[in-house]
Design a protein around this ligand. Structure first.
Ligand code: HGY
Ligand code: MN
Ligand code: MN
Length: 411
């Protein structure tokens, strides 16, 4: 009797390659932002994969794509998912791997004639990255029931709001509350590590212990745009020099804490002329730590230093909060299940926190969350060089497959 193959890694790899073509950039990466044609096309591709896996397919009120197995009355849902939107010039693994692995596991369960007690839902969450609107995890917030009408007012750089984008793409923001999922047993996600821990430990997969919580801030320093040649150095209100001092100090502050990070990802200068003293500088801070108090301490110290620089240099300072997500501890029981399944495939059991944010954070205090990491080559992500091997992906898919079986057998 032919041994049942747990996972069809060729099918999963083909799906990864096929999806990666959608949104390809001239720089070799992928641009697939929320409520765009590229994302619509990618979702249509996912619909095919979901239907082939025997799932019934639907979109919820804000456009999350959901594939469901037949429901057994009353039993809570095992939710598995991730996102297919990308950062600018992203790559094929961040997010997409989690959605495709979830579909593959369900497809393989079906082929192996395994019928679970609990209903399963696979979900491709809308806009996890926050690339288009500077506000992430829109889809998982809707599923958690925490996305508000206020949130939908956020606009992209063309002035289009999330609400307009939702309606333009045929979804219905007025049914926002209908997107909330009730009666969920747990949420599971496979994701690339995007760091170097598994590689340093020579491990293919890892069990996630928790997810650091990001706070995104927009700083604007305003001084006075003046002639670069005619204005003496001691008579300037140079917004860029002020910003530079603040950004350098932010790095120093973050380095004082073992797991804190502070990043400036975006910066713009006005009027941005070679011979003009910068009158205004706007930039973003992404500040994180697995410990919320430490994260908030780093944020407070950066703000205090900024106020001092602004006063010293006669600059105006405005700080806008773009988003704040609490860190998440992954469920202890699910972690034990995942570690057991890693042992069963004879892999070293590594537990590690996630420096990157993930949709599961939105389900804090709602239902248990578990995450399985796949090794990232050189720890690179948010970059076309992002890579995870087929062998490692197959191992993670097997761990998810076995974890789902174990969680389904629980009372
Ligand atoms: O920003 C993050 O950590 C994730 O990639 N959205
Ligand atoms: Mn990402
Ligand atoms: Mn991601």
């Amino acid at each position: 009797m032919k041994k049942k193959k747990m996972i069809n890694i060729n099918r999963l790899t083909n799906h990864l390659q096929e999806l990666a073509v959608i949104g390809k950039t001239k720089d070799g990466g992928i641009n697939r932002f929320s409520y765009t044609d590229e994302e619509k096309c990618a979702n249509e591709q996912l619909e095919q994969y979901m239907k082939a896996a025997g799932l019934s397919v639907e979109y919820d009120a804000i456009g999350n794509l959901i594939g469901s197995t037949k429901r057994e009355e009353g039993l809570p849902v095992i939710l598995i998912g991730s996102h297919i939107d990308t950062v600018p010039n992203g790559e094929k693994y961040d997010g997409s791997l989690g959605v495709l692995t979830a579909i593959e596991v369900i497809h393989s369960l079906k082929e192996n004639n395994i019928r679970l007690k609990h209903p399963l839902k696979v979900i491709a969450f809308k806009d996890e990255e926050g690339t288009r609107f500077g506000y992430g995890m829109i889809g998982s917030r809707a599923v958690a029931g925490t996305l508000t009408e206020e949130d939908l007012k956020r606009k992209d750089q063309k002035g289009i709001s999330i609400e307009q984008a939702i309606n333009q793409h045929g979804f219905n923001k007025d049914r926002l509350q209908s997107a909330k999922l009730e009666n969920v047993k747990c949420y599971m996600e496979v994701h690339i590590e995007q760091g170097k821990v598994l590689e340093h430990q020579n491990a293919a997969v890892g069990c996630v212990t928790g997810i650091t919580g990001p706070v995104w801030l927009q700083f604007t320093l305003s001084g006075l745009a003046e002639h670069a040649g005619a204005t003496p150095m001691d008579q300037r209100q140079d917004a860029l020099v002020g910003a530079s001092l603040i950004i350098a100090e932010a790095e120093k502050i973050a380095k004082e804490y073992p797991s804190a990070v502070a990043t400036v990802g975006q910066l713009s200068i006005k009027p941005n002329g070679v011979n003009v003293i910068p009158g205004e500088v706007t930039w973003t801070f992404d500040i994180r730590d697995i410990d919320e108090d430490i994260r908030d301490q780093v944020e407070r110290r950066i703000k205090q230093f900024s106020e001092m620089i602004a006063a010293e240099r006669r600059l105006g300072l405005e700080v806008l909060e773009l988003q704040r997500v609490a860190p998440l501890r992954c469920d202890q029981n699910i972690q034990e299940v995942i570690k057991d399944c890693i042992r069963k495939i004879n892999e070293p059991v590594i537990s590690l926190p996630s420096g990157a944010g993930h949709d599961g954070m939105q389900f804090k205090d709602l239902f248990p969350v578990g995450m399985i990491f796949v090794r990232s080559k050189d720890g690179i992500s948010h970059n076309p060089k992002e890579f995870s091997s087929e062998q490692d992906i197959e191992k993670a898919a097997k761990v998810l497959y076995q974890s789902i079986l174990k969680l389904d057998s629980d009372k």
